[in-house]
Design a protein around this ligand. Structure first.
Ligand SMILES: [Zn+2]
Length: 211
């Protein structure tokens, strides 16, 4: 499957662009900003976007979703526990000194256990609250990949000091939903470089004692 990772915006959120080589269906995760560049990648691969998925409603992940939805007509998936946070995009913009963005309407709730199918590939929704109440990860078993949003990073975990954050809850989410994945699973965090579940189990100081 086609997979391009494009860091977008001031906070360099990792936007993932997936595409099926035979059906040319696409899926975009976290179009935070730089929608023109995302559209350019979609055009280059001849992809039609079937779904836009938001891992959580922080502005650096959701900020460009309204524009991408307008340009593609694709439905937007987000866990509804982040609706309240999505209602605070103006506040988030002013915290960061950013221009206000248009809030996107959510078309489909991304509930735990749901599966999105793009061509031959399944994307499994894992609800992993803690960084925010509606944080999700996407697991692609056939690709041995995890899109981790801001839940798990290389050598770190998501911050829990912002609205809706809970430090015990994020550790529970990682323990229950992410640690059981195969060690060789490639983890693409919401920011920064990729890693694997096995590497984080061994070296991530926040996960010490989790087996
Ligand atoms: Zn975040």
């Amino acid at each position: 499957m086609i997979h391009e990772i494009l860091p977008v915006g001031m906070l360099q959120c990792n936007c993932s662009i997936f595409g099926d080589e035979s059906t040319r269906e696409g899926l975009v995760v976290d179009p935070g900003d730089e929608i023109e560049s995302i559209l350019e990648i979609l055009r280059r691969h001849g992809l039609t976007v079937k779904a836009i998925v938001i891992t959580h409603a922080h502005i650096d992940h959701i900020g460009g979703a309204a524009k991408l939805k307008q340009a593609t007509g694709a439905p937007v998936y987000m866990n509804l526990n982040d609706e309240e946070l999505k209602g605070m995009l103006d506040v988030q913009a002013s915290w960061l000194g950013m221009e206000p963005v248009e809030a996107v309407a959510i078309d489909q709730p991304a509930r735990d256990g749901e599966k999105l199918v793009v061509g031959a590939t399944e994307f499994h929704v894992l609800h992993t609250p803690g960084h925010t109440q509606g944080s999700i990860c996407l697991h692609l078993p056939s690709e041995t990949k995890l899109i981790a949003g801001d839940t798990l990073f290389r050598d770190s975990i998501g911050r829990t000091d912002l609205a809706g954050g809970n430090s015990r809850q994020i550790l529970r989410s990682i323990h229950e939903k992410l640690i059981p994945l195969p060690d060789e699973t490639i983890v693409i965090p919401g920011h920064g470089g990729s890693t694997t579940i096995g590497r984080e189990k061994e070296f991530n100081p926040f996960l010490e004692g989790m087996a």
